[in-house]
Design a protein around this ligand. Sequence first.
Ligand SMILES: Cc1cc2nc3c(=O)[nH]c(=O)nc-3n(C[C@H](O)[C@H](O)[C@H](O)COP(=O)(O)OP(=O)(O)OC[C@H]3O[C@@H](n4cnc5c(N)ncnc54)[C@H](O)[C@@H]3O)c2cc1C
Length: 492
Amino acid sequence: MAEQDRFDVIVVGAGNAAMCAALAAREEGARVLVLEKAPAEEKGGNSAFSGGLFRFAHQGPEDVLPLVPDTTPAEVARMDMGSYSAETYSDDLIRLSEGLADPELIRVLVDESYDTMRWMQTRLGVQWELNRQSPRQEDRDSFLPGNELTAWGGGAGLMQQLFHVAEGNGVDVVCSASVIGLLTDDRGGVCGVRVKTGGEIQSLDAGAVVLGSGGFEASPEMRARYLGPGWDRMKVRGSRYNTGEVLDRAREIGALTSGAWSRSDSGPGDMDSPEVGVMAMGNLYARNSSRLGIMVNADGRRFADEGADFHSTGGVELGYAIWSQPDGAAYQIFDQQAAPMVEGPYGAGGRPVTAHTWEELAGKLQLDPDALENTVAEYNGAVEDGVLNLNVKDGKGATGLNPPKSNWAMRLDQPPFVAYRVTTTILFSYGGLAVDPKARVLDGAYEPISGLFATGEAIGGLYYRHFSTGSGLMLGSVFGRIAGANAAKHAE
Ligand SMILES: Cc1cc2nc3c(=O)[nH]c(=O)nc-3n(C[C@H](O)[C@H](O)[C@H](O)COP(=O)(O)OP(=O)(O)OC[C@H]3O[C@@H](n4cnc5c(N)ncnc54)[C@H](O)[C@@H]3O)c2cc1C
Protein backbone atom coordinates (compact mmCIF):
# COMPACT_ATOMS: atom_id res chain seq x y z
CA MET A 1 0.00 0.00 0.00
CA ALA A 2 1.75 3.14 -1.20
CA GLU A 3 0.50 6.71 -1.10
CA GLN A 4 0.36 6.95 -4.91
CA ASP A 5 -1.90 3.84 -5.04
CA ARG A 6 -5.49 4.63 -5.91
CA PHE A 7 -8.25 2.24 -5.03
CA ASP A 8 -11.74 2.22 -6.42
CA VAL A 9 -13.19 1.44 -3.01
CA ILE A 10 -11.63 1.70 0.44
CA VAL A 11 -13.51 -0.12 3.18
CA VAL A 12 -12.92 0.91 6.78
CA GLY A 13 -12.98 -1.99 9.26
CA ALA A 14 -12.89 -5.74 8.76
CA GLY A 15 -15.98 -7.07 10.50
CA ASN A 16 -18.85 -8.83 8.78
CA ALA A 17 -20.41 -5.62 7.44
CA ALA A 18 -17.15 -4.33 6.00
CA MET A 19 -16.16 -7.66 4.46
CA CYS A 20 -19.56 -8.07 2.81
CA ALA A 21 -19.14 -4.56 1.39
CA ALA A 22 -15.62 -5.33 0.20
CA LEU A 23 -16.70 -8.56 -1.48
CA ALA A 24 -19.75 -6.96 -3.10
CA ALA A 25 -17.56 -4.16 -4.48
CA ARG A 26 -15.09 -6.73 -5.77
CA GLU A 27 -17.93 -8.60 -7.43
CA GLU A 28 -18.59 -5.42 -9.41
CA GLY A 29 -14.97 -5.47 -10.57
CA ALA A 30 -13.68 -2.76 -8.23
CA ARG A 31 -10.12 -2.61 -6.88
CA VAL A 32 -10.75 -2.82 -3.15
CA LEU A 33 -8.65 -2.16 -0.04
CA VAL A 34 -9.80 -3.00 3.49
CA LEU A 35 -8.20 -1.09 6.36
CA GLU A 36 -8.56 -2.65 9.81
CA LYS A 37 -7.38 -1.02 13.01
CA ALA A 38 -6.87 -4.23 14.98
CA PRO A 39 -3.77 -6.35 14.52
CA ALA A 40 -4.20 -9.43 12.35
CA GLU A 41 -4.81 -11.80 15.27
CA GLU A 42 -7.70 -9.62 16.53
CA LYS A 43 -9.31 -8.68 13.22
CA GLY A 44 -12.98 -9.40 12.67
CA GLY A 45 -14.54 -6.91 15.10
CA ASN A 46 -17.61 -7.74 17.14
CA SER A 47 -18.64 -10.02 14.30
CA ALA A 48 -15.91 -12.45 15.31
CA PHE A 49 -17.14 -12.42 18.94
CA SER A 50 -20.75 -12.90 17.99
CA GLY A 51 -22.80 -16.08 18.13
CA GLY A 52 -23.06 -15.83 14.34
CA LEU A 53 -26.87 -15.81 14.42
CA PHE A 54 -28.56 -14.31 11.33
CA ARG A 55 -32.22 -13.25 11.43
CA PHE A 56 -33.89 -13.44 8.06
CA ALA A 57 -37.42 -13.63 6.69
CA HIS A 58 -38.55 -17.01 5.36
CA GLN A 59 -41.58 -19.17 4.72
CA GLY A 60 -40.40 -22.13 6.79
CA PRO A 61 -38.23 -25.23 6.25
CA GLU A 62 -38.66 -25.05 2.48
CA ASP A 63 -36.61 -21.81 2.55
CA VAL A 64 -34.33 -22.62 5.46
CA LEU A 65 -33.20 -26.14 4.55
CA PRO A 66 -31.60 -25.15 1.22
CA LEU A 67 -29.29 -22.96 3.29
CA VAL A 68 -28.20 -26.00 5.32
CA PRO A 69 -28.05 -28.74 2.69
CA ASP A 70 -26.19 -31.16 4.97
CA THR A 71 -29.10 -31.47 7.40
CA THR A 72 -29.85 -35.15 7.88
CA PRO A 73 -33.35 -36.69 7.55
CA ALA A 74 -33.19 -37.54 11.28
CA GLU A 75 -32.55 -33.90 12.14
CA VAL A 76 -35.41 -32.80 9.90
CA ALA A 77 -37.71 -35.36 11.54
CA ARG A 78 -37.21 -33.98 15.05
CA MET A 79 -37.38 -30.35 14.02
CA ASP A 80 -40.18 -27.95 14.91
CA MET A 81 -39.70 -24.99 12.62
CA GLY A 82 -42.30 -22.51 11.46
CA SER A 83 -42.07 -19.51 9.21
CA TYR A 84 -40.75 -16.03 9.98
CA SER A 85 -42.55 -13.82 7.54
CA ALA A 86 -41.33 -10.45 6.30
CA GLU A 87 -44.33 -8.94 8.01
CA THR A 88 -43.44 -10.49 11.38
CA TYR A 89 -39.82 -9.41 11.04
CA SER A 90 -40.87 -5.82 10.26
CA ASP A 91 -43.41 -5.82 13.08
CA ASP A 92 -40.74 -7.06 15.51
CA LEU A 93 -38.36 -4.28 14.52
CA ILE A 94 -41.08 -1.66 14.76
CA ARG A 95 -42.30 -2.93 18.14
CA LEU A 96 -38.80 -3.25 19.61
CA SER A 97 -37.94 0.27 18.51
CA GLU A 98 -41.21 1.58 19.96
CA GLY A 99 -42.17 2.71 16.48
CA LEU A 100 -39.06 4.83 15.99
CA ALA A 101 -37.05 2.73 13.52
CA ASP A 102 -36.72 4.10 10.01
CA PRO A 103 -39.38 2.28 7.94
CA GLU A 104 -37.31 2.47 4.75
CA LEU A 105 -34.29 0.85 6.38
CA ILE A 106 -36.53 -1.81 7.90
CA ARG A 107 -38.00 -2.54 4.50
CA VAL A 108 -34.57 -2.97 2.93
CA LEU A 109 -33.24 -5.11 5.79
CA VAL A 110 -36.26 -7.41 5.82
CA ASP A 111 -36.85 -7.64 2.06
CA GLU A 112 -33.21 -8.30 1.24
CA SER A 113 -32.50 -10.62 4.17
CA TYR A 114 -33.19 -14.00 2.55
CA ASP A 115 -31.63 -13.05 -0.76
CA THR A 116 -28.52 -11.89 1.08
CA MET A 117 -28.30 -15.21 2.95
CA ARG A 118 -28.41 -16.96 -0.43
CA TRP A 119 -25.82 -14.54 -1.86
CA MET A 120 -23.47 -15.25 1.05
CA GLN A 121 -23.98 -18.96 0.54
CA THR A 122 -23.79 -19.21 -3.22
CA ARG A 123 -21.46 -16.34 -4.17
CA LEU A 124 -19.24 -16.10 -1.09
CA GLY A 125 -19.34 -19.75 -0.07
CA VAL A 126 -20.44 -19.03 3.51
CA GLN A 127 -21.79 -22.14 5.20
CA TRP A 128 -24.67 -22.02 7.63
CA GLU A 129 -25.66 -24.38 10.42
CA LEU A 130 -28.74 -24.94 12.55
CA ASN A 131 -28.75 -22.79 15.68
CA ARG A 132 -27.38 -24.97 18.46
CA GLN A 133 -28.80 -22.72 21.19
CA SER A 134 -32.34 -23.63 20.23
CA PRO A 135 -34.41 -24.97 23.12
CA ARG A 136 -34.65 -28.75 23.22
CA GLN A 137 -37.64 -30.28 24.99
CA GLU A 138 -38.70 -33.92 24.86
CA ASP A 139 -36.24 -34.69 22.06
CA ARG A 140 -37.71 -32.07 19.75
CA ASP A 141 -35.49 -29.31 18.34
CA SER A 142 -37.56 -26.16 18.33
CA PHE A 143 -36.48 -23.00 16.62
CA LEU A 144 -37.64 -19.62 17.79
CA PRO A 145 -38.89 -17.86 14.66
CA GLY A 146 -36.03 -15.80 13.24
CA ASN A 147 -33.43 -17.71 15.26
CA GLU A 148 -32.91 -20.72 13.00
CA LEU A 149 -29.42 -20.37 11.57
CA THR A 150 -25.96 -19.31 12.55
CA ALA A 151 -22.88 -19.09 10.42
CA TRP A 152 -20.85 -22.28 10.53
CA GLY A 153 -18.49 -21.99 13.50
CA GLY A 154 -20.40 -18.99 14.93
CA GLY A 155 -19.02 -15.47 14.55
CA ALA A 156 -15.41 -16.66 14.50
CA GLY A 157 -16.23 -19.19 11.78
CA LEU A 158 -18.09 -16.55 9.78
CA MET A 159 -15.11 -14.23 9.77
CA GLN A 160 -12.69 -17.02 8.92
CA GLN A 161 -14.84 -17.84 5.92
CA LEU A 162 -15.10 -14.22 4.77
CA PHE A 163 -11.34 -13.61 5.09
CA HIS A 164 -10.69 -16.76 3.14
CA VAL A 165 -12.99 -15.62 0.32
CA ALA A 166 -11.42 -12.16 0.34
CA GLU A 167 -7.98 -13.63 -0.07
CA GLY A 168 -9.10 -15.75 -2.96
CA ASN A 169 -10.75 -12.77 -4.64
CA GLY A 170 -7.86 -10.34 -4.49
CA VAL A 171 -9.26 -8.15 -1.71
CA ASP A 172 -6.37 -6.83 0.39
CA VAL A 173 -7.01 -6.60 4.14
CA VAL A 174 -4.38 -4.45 5.83
CA CYS A 175 -4.38 -4.81 9.61
CA SER A 176 -3.00 -2.44 12.28
CA ALA A 177 -4.22 0.35 9.98
CA SER A 178 -6.31 2.99 11.77
CA VAL A 179 -8.34 5.34 9.68
CA ILE A 180 -7.92 8.74 11.29
CA GLY A 181 -9.52 11.02 8.71
CA LEU A 182 -11.66 11.26 5.60
CA LEU A 183 -10.37 13.15 2.57
CA THR A 184 -12.82 15.43 0.82
CA ASP A 185 -12.73 17.18 -2.55
CA ASP A 186 -13.63 20.82 -3.10
CA ARG A 187 -17.33 19.91 -3.43
CA GLY A 188 -17.44 18.13 -0.07
CA GLY A 189 -17.43 14.63 -1.54
CA VAL A 190 -15.29 11.90 0.02
CA CYS A 191 -12.28 10.90 -2.08
CA GLY A 192 -10.08 8.90 0.27
CA VAL A 193 -8.87 8.40 3.82
CA ARG A 194 -5.99 9.25 6.09
CA VAL A 195 -4.61 6.15 7.69
CA LYS A 196 -2.05 5.50 10.40
CA THR A 197 0.00 2.32 10.05
CA GLY A 198 3.09 1.49 12.08
CA GLY A 199 3.53 5.10 13.23
CA GLU A 200 3.27 6.49 9.69
CA ILE A 201 0.40 8.56 8.36
CA GLN A 202 -0.63 8.26 4.72
CA SER A 203 -3.33 9.75 2.55
CA LEU A 204 -4.94 7.20 0.25
CA ASP A 205 -7.19 8.20 -2.65
CA ALA A 206 -10.31 6.24 -3.50
CA GLY A 207 -13.28 6.52 -5.80
CA ALA A 208 -15.54 5.78 -2.81
CA VAL A 209 -15.24 4.93 0.88
CA VAL A 210 -17.40 2.50 2.84
CA LEU A 211 -17.48 2.83 6.63
CA GLY A 212 -17.86 -0.53 8.36
CA SER A 213 -16.05 0.55 11.48
CA GLY A 214 -18.66 -0.37 14.08
CA GLY A 215 -20.02 1.71 16.94
CA PHE A 216 -18.50 3.49 19.93
CA GLU A 217 -19.17 0.95 22.69
CA ALA A 218 -15.49 0.34 23.47
CA SER A 219 -14.80 4.00 24.24
CA PRO A 220 -15.41 4.69 27.96
CA GLU A 221 -15.49 8.41 27.21
CA MET A 222 -18.18 8.10 24.53
CA ARG A 223 -20.18 5.68 26.70
CA ALA A 224 -20.24 8.22 29.52
CA ARG A 225 -21.02 11.01 27.06
CA TYR A 226 -23.89 9.32 25.28
CA LEU A 227 -25.14 6.45 27.47
CA GLY A 228 -24.90 8.19 30.81
CA PRO A 229 -22.91 8.61 34.02
CA GLY A 230 -21.34 5.38 35.21
CA TRP A 231 -21.44 3.70 31.82
CA ASP A 232 -17.71 4.33 31.42
CA ARG A 233 -17.24 1.55 34.01
CA MET A 234 -19.17 -1.07 32.12
CA LYS A 235 -17.40 -4.14 30.77
CA VAL A 236 -17.27 -4.57 27.00
CA ARG A 237 -18.39 -7.95 25.68
CA GLY A 238 -16.82 -7.60 22.24
CA SER A 239 -13.94 -5.90 20.43
CA ARG A 240 -11.93 -3.20 22.18
CA TYR A 241 -11.32 -1.48 18.83
CA ASN A 242 -14.81 -0.09 18.23
CA THR A 243 -14.06 3.29 19.73
CA GLY A 244 -16.20 5.53 17.54
CA GLU A 245 -13.59 7.91 16.10
CA VAL A 246 -14.66 7.19 12.53
CA LEU A 247 -18.19 8.30 13.44
CA ASP A 248 -16.67 11.55 14.74
CA ARG A 249 -14.61 12.04 11.56
CA ALA A 250 -17.74 11.50 9.46
CA ARG A 251 -19.67 14.00 11.56
CA GLU A 252 -16.87 16.54 11.11
CA ILE A 253 -17.38 16.48 7.36
CA GLY A 254 -21.11 16.98 7.78
CA ALA A 255 -22.58 13.48 8.21
CA LEU A 256 -25.95 13.30 9.91
CA THR A 257 -26.44 10.92 12.81
CA SER A 258 -29.38 8.66 13.45
CA GLY A 259 -30.76 6.17 15.95
CA ALA A 260 -30.69 6.06 19.73
CA TRP A 261 -27.36 7.49 20.84
CA SER A 262 -28.34 7.15 24.49
CA ARG A 263 -29.19 3.45 24.30
CA SER A 264 -27.17 0.31 23.66
CA ASP A 265 -27.36 -3.43 23.41
CA SER A 266 -26.31 -4.37 26.92
CA GLY A 267 -27.28 -7.63 28.55
CA PRO A 268 -26.48 -9.99 31.42
CA GLY A 269 -22.86 -11.11 31.39
CA ASP A 270 -20.60 -12.97 33.77
CA MET A 271 -19.32 -10.85 36.65
CA ASP A 272 -15.86 -12.31 36.02
CA SER A 273 -15.81 -11.12 32.40
CA PRO A 274 -12.66 -9.23 31.48
CA GLU A 275 -12.92 -5.43 31.03
CA VAL A 276 -12.95 -5.88 27.25
CA GLY A 277 -13.72 -8.96 25.21
CA VAL A 278 -11.14 -11.66 24.62
CA MET A 279 -11.49 -13.05 21.13
CA ALA A 280 -10.66 -16.64 22.06
CA MET A 281 -13.62 -16.59 24.49
CA GLY A 282 -16.10 -15.29 21.89
CA ASN A 283 -19.52 -14.98 23.51
CA LEU A 284 -18.86 -17.39 26.39
CA TYR A 285 -19.44 -14.66 29.00
CA ALA A 286 -23.08 -14.29 27.92
CA ARG A 287 -25.58 -15.18 30.65
CA ASN A 288 -28.79 -15.29 28.69
CA SER A 289 -30.90 -17.80 30.62
CA SER A 290 -32.45 -15.51 33.27
CA ARG A 291 -35.90 -16.65 32.14
CA LEU A 292 -35.28 -20.17 33.51
CA GLY A 293 -34.87 -19.02 37.11
CA ILE A 294 -34.98 -15.89 39.21
CA MET A 295 -32.58 -13.00 39.67
CA VAL A 296 -31.88 -11.40 43.03
CA ASN A 297 -29.80 -8.36 43.93
CA ALA A 298 -27.37 -7.84 46.81
CA ASP A 299 -30.39 -7.44 49.13
CA GLY A 300 -31.60 -10.90 48.16
CA ARG A 301 -34.64 -9.43 46.40
CA ARG A 302 -36.01 -9.91 42.90
CA PHE A 303 -36.07 -6.72 40.88
CA ALA A 304 -37.13 -7.62 37.32
CA ASP A 305 -39.62 -9.76 35.43
CA GLU A 306 -37.24 -12.50 34.32
CA GLY A 307 -39.95 -14.05 32.15
CA ALA A 308 -41.21 -10.94 30.40
CA ASP A 309 -39.71 -11.96 27.07
CA PHE A 310 -37.25 -14.25 25.32
CA HIS A 311 -33.64 -13.22 25.66
CA SER A 312 -33.55 -12.49 21.95
CA THR A 313 -36.03 -9.68 22.32
CA GLY A 314 -35.95 -8.92 26.05
CA GLY A 315 -32.35 -9.34 27.19
CA VAL A 316 -31.58 -5.64 26.98
CA GLU A 317 -34.35 -4.82 29.49
CA LEU A 318 -32.79 -7.27 31.94
CA GLY A 319 -29.34 -5.82 31.26
CA TYR A 320 -30.54 -2.32 32.10
CA ALA A 321 -32.36 -3.63 35.19
CA ILE A 322 -29.20 -5.30 36.52
CA TRP A 323 -27.12 -2.18 35.90
CA SER A 324 -29.48 -0.16 38.10
CA GLN A 325 -28.92 -2.51 41.08
CA PRO A 326 -26.27 -1.94 43.79
CA ASP A 327 -22.82 -2.43 42.19
CA GLY A 328 -24.56 -3.24 38.89
CA ALA A 329 -24.65 -6.85 40.10
CA ALA A 330 -27.14 -9.67 40.55
CA TYR A 331 -27.37 -13.45 40.96
CA GLN A 332 -29.18 -15.69 38.56
CA ILE A 333 -30.51 -18.67 40.53
CA PHE A 334 -31.65 -22.02 39.15
CA ASP A 335 -32.67 -25.36 40.61
CA GLN A 336 -32.07 -28.79 39.08
CA GLN A 337 -35.15 -28.62 36.89
CA ALA A 338 -33.81 -25.50 35.21
CA ALA A 339 -30.03 -25.89 35.49
CA PRO A 340 -29.67 -28.50 32.72
CA MET A 341 -31.51 -26.18 30.33
CA VAL A 342 -29.28 -23.09 30.67
CA GLU A 343 -27.48 -22.06 27.51
CA GLY A 344 -24.11 -23.49 26.54
CA PRO A 345 -21.85 -20.61 27.63
CA TYR A 346 -22.74 -21.22 31.30
CA GLY A 347 -21.09 -24.61 31.06
CA ALA A 348 -18.10 -23.36 29.10
CA GLY A 349 -17.10 -20.27 31.05
CA GLY A 350 -19.30 -19.98 34.14
CA ARG A 351 -18.35 -20.37 37.78
CA PRO A 352 -21.50 -21.71 39.44
CA VAL A 353 -22.01 -21.48 43.18
CA THR A 354 -23.88 -24.58 44.34
CA ALA A 355 -25.69 -25.33 47.59
CA HIS A 356 -28.22 -27.81 48.97
CA THR A 357 -30.18 -25.34 51.06
CA TRP A 358 -31.13 -21.69 50.69
CA GLU A 359 -29.28 -20.88 53.88
CA GLU A 360 -26.12 -22.47 52.55
CA LEU A 361 -26.48 -20.64 49.22
CA ALA A 362 -27.06 -17.31 50.97
CA GLY A 363 -23.91 -17.92 53.03
CA LYS A 364 -21.82 -18.63 49.95
CA LEU A 365 -23.18 -15.57 48.15
CA GLN A 366 -22.92 -13.36 51.26
CA LEU A 367 -26.63 -12.55 51.12
CA ASP A 368 -28.98 -12.16 54.05
CA PRO A 369 -30.36 -15.75 54.44
CA ASP A 370 -33.78 -14.60 55.64
CA ALA A 371 -34.14 -12.22 52.73
CA LEU A 372 -33.21 -14.91 50.19
CA GLU A 373 -35.46 -17.54 51.78
CA ASN A 374 -38.38 -15.09 51.88
CA THR A 375 -37.86 -14.15 48.25
CA VAL A 376 -37.83 -17.78 47.16
CA ALA A 377 -40.80 -18.74 49.35
CA GLU A 378 -42.82 -15.82 48.05
CA TYR A 379 -41.88 -16.67 44.47
CA ASN A 380 -42.56 -20.42 44.82
CA GLY A 381 -45.92 -19.64 46.39
CA ALA A 382 -46.89 -17.49 43.42
CA VAL A 383 -45.90 -19.93 40.64
CA GLU A 384 -48.97 -20.99 38.73
CA ASP A 385 -49.62 -24.60 37.78
CA GLY A 386 -49.55 -25.36 34.09
CA VAL A 387 -47.44 -26.81 31.34
CA LEU A 388 -44.04 -25.29 30.76
CA ASN A 389 -43.33 -24.49 27.11
CA LEU A 390 -40.04 -22.73 26.46
CA ASN A 391 -40.80 -22.19 22.78
CA VAL A 392 -43.62 -19.73 23.25
CA LYS A 393 -44.54 -17.17 25.86
CA ASP A 394 -46.42 -19.82 27.81
CA GLY A 395 -48.16 -17.52 30.30
CA LYS A 396 -47.10 -19.85 33.12
CA GLY A 397 -46.34 -17.06 35.51
CA ALA A 398 -45.67 -16.19 39.11
CA THR A 399 -48.27 -13.54 39.63
CA GLY A 400 -49.29 -11.21 42.42
CA LEU A 401 -45.64 -10.38 43.01
CA ASN A 402 -43.85 -7.14 42.45
CA PRO A 403 -42.29 -7.65 39.99
CA PRO A 404 -44.19 -10.64 38.61
CA LYS A 405 -42.62 -13.32 36.46
CA SER A 406 -44.80 -13.45 33.38
CA ASN A 407 -43.74 -16.69 31.66
CA TRP A 408 -41.77 -19.87 32.22
CA ALA A 409 -42.15 -19.80 36.01
CA MET A 410 -40.96 -23.05 37.63
CA ARG A 411 -40.83 -23.58 41.38
CA LEU A 412 -37.28 -23.54 42.72
CA ASP A 413 -37.51 -26.68 44.81
CA GLN A 414 -35.07 -29.20 43.38
CA PRO A 415 -31.66 -28.88 45.06
CA PRO A 416 -28.82 -28.44 44.65
CA PHE A 417 -29.47 -24.80 43.81
CA VAL A 418 -27.08 -23.08 41.44
CA ALA A 419 -26.23 -19.38 41.29
CA TYR A 420 -24.21 -17.30 38.82
CA ARG A 421 -23.03 -13.78 39.65
CA VAL A 422 -23.81 -11.47 36.76
CA THR A 423 -23.40 -7.87 35.77
CA THR A 424 -24.33 -5.92 32.67
CA THR A 425 -21.94 -5.97 29.75
CA ILE A 426 -22.23 -3.87 26.63
CA LEU A 427 -22.34 -5.49 23.21
CA PHE A 428 -22.80 -2.50 20.95
CA SER A 429 -24.09 1.05 20.70
CA TYR A 430 -27.30 1.84 18.81
CA GLY A 431 -26.50 5.34 17.52
CA GLY A 432 -24.77 5.70 14.16
CA LEU A 433 -24.73 7.57 10.87
CA ALA A 434 -27.85 8.29 8.85
CA VAL A 435 -27.97 6.41 5.56
CA ASP A 436 -30.52 6.06 2.80
CA PRO A 437 -31.68 2.72 1.38
CA LYS A 438 -28.67 2.79 -0.97
CA ALA A 439 -26.37 2.89 2.08
CA ARG A 440 -25.25 6.42 1.16
CA VAL A 441 -24.36 8.51 4.20
CA LEU A 442 -26.58 11.58 4.44
CA ASP A 443 -25.64 15.12 5.41
CA GLY A 444 -27.61 17.56 7.55
CA ALA A 445 -29.78 18.47 4.58
CA TYR A 446 -30.65 14.76 4.14
CA GLU A 447 -28.62 14.70 0.90
CA PRO A 448 -26.10 11.91 0.22
CA ILE A 449 -22.47 12.82 0.79
CA SER A 450 -20.86 11.96 -2.51
CA GLY A 451 -18.54 8.95 -2.27
CA LEU A 452 -19.41 7.99 1.31
CA PHE A 453 -21.29 4.80 2.24
CA ALA A 454 -21.80 2.98 5.54
CA THR A 455 -22.99 -0.34 6.88
CA GLY A 456 -23.37 -2.40 10.05
CA GLU A 457 -23.04 -0.95 13.51
CA ALA A 458 -21.72 2.28 11.99
CA ILE A 459 -25.23 3.12 10.85
CA GLY A 460 -28.10 4.15 13.07
CA GLY A 461 -31.85 4.24 12.69
CA LEU A 462 -32.85 0.62 13.33
CA TYR A 463 -32.52 0.16 17.08
CA TYR A 464 -33.99 2.33 19.78
CA ARG A 465 -35.36 0.38 22.73
CA HIS A 466 -34.27 -3.16 22.00
CA PHE A 467 -32.31 -5.18 19.50
CA SER A 468 -33.61 -8.42 17.99
CA THR A 469 -30.80 -10.96 18.05
CA GLY A 470 -29.54 -11.90 14.66
CA SER A 471 -30.46 -8.63 13.02
CA GLY A 472 -27.04 -7.03 13.73
CA LEU A 473 -25.16 -9.37 11.45
CA MET A 474 -28.02 -9.41 8.96
CA LEU A 475 -28.03 -5.61 8.83
CA GLY A 476 -24.28 -5.57 8.20
CA SER A 477 -24.57 -8.10 5.39
CA VAL A 478 -27.61 -6.55 3.70
CA PHE A 479 -26.29 -3.00 3.81
CA GLY A 480 -22.71 -4.14 3.26
CA ARG A 481 -23.72 -5.80 0.02
CA ILE A 482 -25.65 -2.69 -1.04
CA ALA A 483 -22.91 -0.29 0.07
CA GLY A 484 -20.16 -2.25 -1.67
CA ALA A 485 -22.04 -2.53 -4.95
CA ASN A 486 -23.04 1.14 -4.95
CA ALA A 487 -19.57 2.29 -3.93
CA ALA A 488 -18.10 0.33 -6.83
CA LYS A 489 -20.57 1.91 -9.26
CA HIS A 490 -19.87 5.35 -7.83
CA ALA A 491 -16.14 4.81 -8.35
CA GLU A 492 -16.49 3.86 -12.03
C1 LIG B 1 -20.52 -11.05 22.15
C2 LIG B 1 -21.43 -10.59 21.05
C3 LIG B 1 -22.33 -11.49 20.50
C4 LIG B 1 -23.17 -11.09 19.47
N1 LIG B 1 -23.96 -12.02 18.86
C5 LIG B 1 -24.68 -11.65 17.77
C6 LIG B 1 -25.36 -12.60 16.98
O1 LIG B 1 -25.27 -13.83 17.20
N2 LIG B 1 -26.09 -12.15 15.91
C7 LIG B 1 -26.16 -10.82 15.58
O2 LIG B 1 -26.83 -10.46 14.62
N3 LIG B 1 -25.49 -9.91 16.29
C8 LIG B 1 -24.73 -10.28 17.34
N4 LIG B 1 -24.01 -9.35 18.00
C9 LIG B 1 -23.97 -8.00 17.45
C10 LIG B 1 -23.08 -8.06 16.19
O3 LIG B 1 -21.84 -8.60 16.56
C11 LIG B 1 -22.88 -6.75 15.52
O4 LIG B 1 -24.11 -6.14 15.25
C12 LIG B 1 -22.12 -6.95 14.21
O5 LIG B 1 -21.04 -7.82 14.36
C13 LIG B 1 -21.60 -5.63 13.73
O6 LIG B 1 -20.81 -5.86 12.61
P1 LIG B 1 -19.93 -4.70 12.02
O7 LIG B 1 -19.17 -5.30 10.90
O8 LIG B 1 -20.73 -3.49 11.79
O9 LIG B 1 -18.91 -4.30 13.21
P2 LIG B 1 -17.67 -5.09 13.76
O10 LIG B 1 -17.76 -6.52 13.47
O11 LIG B 1 -17.50 -4.69 15.18
O12 LIG B 1 -16.45 -4.53 12.89
C14 LIG B 1 -16.00 -3.19 13.03
C15 LIG B 1 -14.52 -3.20 12.66
O13 LIG B 1 -14.07 -1.84 12.46
C16 LIG B 1 -12.76 -1.74 12.97
N5 LIG B 1 -12.45 -0.32 13.22
C17 LIG B 1 -12.97 0.48 14.18
N6 LIG B 1 -12.42 1.71 14.08
C18 LIG B 1 -11.56 1.67 13.04
C19 LIG B 1 -10.66 2.63 12.46
N7 LIG B 1 -10.53 3.87 12.95
N8 LIG B 1 -9.91 2.26 11.39
C20 LIG B 1 -9.98 0.98 10.88
N9 LIG B 1 -10.80 0.04 11.40
C21 LIG B 1 -11.58 0.38 12.47
C22 LIG B 1 -12.81 -2.59 14.23
O14 LIG B 1 -11.53 -2.97 14.65
C23 LIG B 1 -13.67 -3.77 13.78
O15 LIG B 1 -12.88 -4.80 13.25
C24 LIG B 1 -23.15 -9.74 19.03
C25 LIG B 1 -22.26 -8.83 19.60
C26 LIG B 1 -21.39 -9.25 20.58
C27 LIG B 1 -20.41 -8.26 21.16
